[in-house]
Design a protein around this ligand. Structure first.
Ligand code: AMP
Length: 289
């Protein structure tokens, strides 16, 4: 594999590549990202390579999913480094459209997904899922892949995209890819680069707290009691703020009404270490008999 990767900057260029592959009866996989790539992003490419003949990654730091006070301007950017990583993972094409390709003057259509996008991240970041749904719709229509990969790291986002693709009859299969973690369990994220050395140590505690909680829930611990305990442990570990600690149904994302977990669920958290917002989640199996 060479370490240079072709880059498409316009919809026309992107579609030329895809059309060429389609003419050769090759299937196409697609992984949208905002760049500053780490192994979690590359695992999306690796998962797609197991399913498709050709893979495309996009890099676009989508202004529509950042609020004015958020980190759009300082979001880490390294296109050359990202392209080299993608090439070494065996990706076939990078799609890196400039802002005016995605949102030309006069752009005025947005996509919103009701229900699953409303709680948790939707409450903490009200602009977020509208921006995600709009840009993912555009990217999927621009590329029209057979399969698109999204990380379970952003679990609610994965469900929002699945709902949207179903509701709008987009002819794309959405594949969820398990969260890739650092050796100490911290979920990989481009935003981990913001953490100070002290905050990085605190951040790693989240994985331990969540793993213990999952074990207890699967052994029949009371949900409310466990959530309160997690919150206490999060503050004790040195996190500065909690946006939410919640348990939701694995597929419907509805609150779990029973006192213990009786069906497959997800434990989800959003916290801050210093100023840096971190999210994570883990699967909770139904209580073992
Ligand atoms: P982002 O660049 O943060 O917008 O993420 C782009 C895609 O990579 C999304 O589908 C994310 O869910 C996925 N992703 C980010 N971090 C991870 C990770 N640690 N493990 C698996 N997928 C990830």
């Amino acid at each position: 594999m060479t370490d240079t990767l072709p880059i498409a900057r316009s919809v026309r260029e992107l579609r030329t590549y895809v059309a060429r592959w389609r003419n050769q009866n090759l299937t196409v996989g697609f992984a949208p990202t905002m760049g500053a790539l780490h192994d979690g992003h590359l695992d999306l490419i690796r998962a797609l390579k197991g399913r498709c003949d050709r893979t495309i990654a996009s890099i676009f730091v989508n202004p529509k999913q950042f609020a004015a006070h958020e980190d759009l301007d300082r979001y880490p950017r390294d296109e050359a480094g990202d392209a080299a990583k993608l090439a070494s993972a065996g990706c076939d094409l990078l799609y890196a459209p400039p802002r005016e390709v995605m949102y030309p003057d006069g752009h005025s259509t947005s996509v919103s997904v009701a229900g699953v996008s409303e709680p948790l991240e939707g409450e903490a970041r009200p602009h977020f899922f509208g921006g995600v749904a709009t840009v993912v719709t555009k990217l999927l229509l621009q590329c029209l892949p057979d399969v698109a990969a999204f990380g379970e790291k952003d679990y609610q986002q994965l469900l929002v995209v699945k709902r949207m693709v179903r509701d709008l009859d987009m002819p794309v299969e959405i594949m969820g890819v398990p969260t890739t973690r650092e050796a100490d369990g911290l979920a990989m994220s481009s935003r981990n680069a913001y953490l100070s050395p002290e905050e990085r140590i605190v951040a790693a505690r989240l994985n331990v707290i969540l793993r213990e909680a999952v074990e207890q829930l699967e052994s029949g611990a009371n949900i409310m009691t466990t959530l309160v305990k997690i919150e206490r442990q999060i503050f004790k570990a040195g996190f500065s703020e909690i946006d939410y600690v919640a348990i939701r149904g694995e597929d419907d994302f509805l609150p779990i009404a029973s006192p213990i977990v009786r069906r497959p669920a997800r434990l989800l958290v959003a916290v801050r270490a210093g100023e840096t917002r971190l999210i994570d989640n883990m699967a909770v199996g139904a209580m073992r008999p």
